[in-house]
Design a protein around this ligand. Structure first.
Ligand code: IPM
Ligand code: MG
Length: 357
């Protein structure tokens, strides 16, 4: 089969890590007889430099026409001085919204080989590590509500609005319950319903939806409590369902429990098969182009693309197994390095995973 992938290498370490993931994808193609056609498109800082906008129309058009979008990372200090509406990050939000990608799936799985890199005491996770998934709403909430700056008698004031509709909550809740059904059948919905109206609506819609899933257990946590529970009793979680900003924060926290933010992939999905796949970490400009970045989150994002957009489960598993094999053999990039292991760069890690396939 042939698959068309729009590729956004992006800024900072983006090109470093995407190149390695494409190397691995090509190896999968060779082994399982698939062709992946890549169309490179511009977004973020690279697009600002080339054409003066973070998300050119041409990019959106090509992404829409593709079978999937594969992205490295965008942003960097060079563009931080720009106003909010033309920052590189705008490209990410613009793509999520233009492609209708309301569901962000962020699995936090700890590889047993990386137990050393976990900052929690060993007894907190026990033998079998961590395996949870954050389902983050991605095209609503405070990221997309009305915002503005105005001059008041106290000087400039700025505001952002957290707003959720029933329809938005329903569709993301459905994704969480469906995923829970295929896992350990537990959904923890996270909100701030003791304070926010948008959270009270969120909670009541989720409760209503739960009636259709009697086989899935549902509980609710306030976001501050959830942040605490994640480091005290992380194993209580199976599926965490939450809004855009809470999910942004909690997924970074969950990622560190697994050892490094450099290990966590993500899939952003909508109502069709077209999805966008990217590591959850940023563009790490301080190590860009130095062959230091960990490409694993990006490589596993490629596995998610095979699974969710192309229905290639066996191929996705092959990538995940290859990553495990390389870790088991003791190879580590700097972020997951511990004494006695073999330190490798971005390129060598990519090559090792490709060879393991
Ligand atoms: C993420 C990132 C983005 C977000 C930024 C880069 C816009 O932190 O994907 O988690 O906040 O959604
Ligand atoms: Mg984030």
């Amino acid at each position: 089969m042939k698959y068309n992938v729009a590729v956004i290498k992006g800024d900072g370490i983006g090109p470093d890590i995407v190149d390695q993931a494409l190397l691995v994808l090509d190896k999968v193609g060779e082994k399982f007889n698939h062709t992946f056609n890549y169309t490179e498109v511009l977004a973020g800082g690279a697009a600002l430099d080339a054409v003066g906008v973070p998300l050119p129309d041409e990019t959106v058009k090509i992404c829409k026409e593709s079978d999937a979008v594969f992205l490295g990372a965008v942003g960097g200090p060079k563009w931080d001085v720009l106003p909010g509406n033309i920052r590189p990050e705008k490209a990410l939000l613009g793509l999520r919204s233009a492609l209708g990608l309301f569901a962000n799936i962020r699995p936090a799985i700890m590889y047993k080989e990386l137990a050393d890199a976990c900052p929690l005491k060993p007894e907190i996770l026990g033998e079998d590590g961590l395996d949870l998934v954050v389902i983050r709403e991605l095209t609503g909430g405070i990221y997309f509500g009305e915002r503005g700056v105005k001059t008041t008698e106290y000087g400039e004031s700025a505001y952002d609005t957290m707003i959720y509709s029933e329809v938005e909550v329903k569709r993301i809740a459905k994704v969480a319950f469906e995923i829970a059904r295929k896992r350990n059948k537990k959904v923890t919905s996270v909100d701030k319903a003791n304070i926010l109206d948008s959270s009270r609506l969120w909670r009541s819609v989720v409760e209503e939806m739960a009636k259709d899933y009697p086989d899935v257990a549902l509980n609710h946590l306030y976001v501050d409590n959830c942040a605490m529970q994640l480091v005290v009793k992380p194993k209580q979680f199976d599926v965490i369902l939450t809004g855009n900003m809470f999910g942004d924060i909690l997924s970074d926290e969950a990622s560190m429990i697994t050892g490094s933010i450099g290990m966590l992939p993500s899939a952003s999905l909508g109502s069709s098969k077209l999805g966008m796949y990217e590591p959850i970490h940023g563009s790490a400009p301080d190590i860009a182009g130095q062959d230091k970045a960990n490409p694993i989150a990006t490589v596993i994002s490629a596995a998610m693309m095979l699974r969710y957009s192309f229905d290639l489960e066996k191929e996705a598993l092959a990538i995940e197994k290859a990553v495990e094999k390389v870790l088991a053999a003791g190879y580590r990039t700097g972020d997951i390095y511990s004494n006695g292991k073999k330190l490798v760069g971005t390129k060598e890690m990519g090559q090792l995973i490709s060879d393991a396939l």
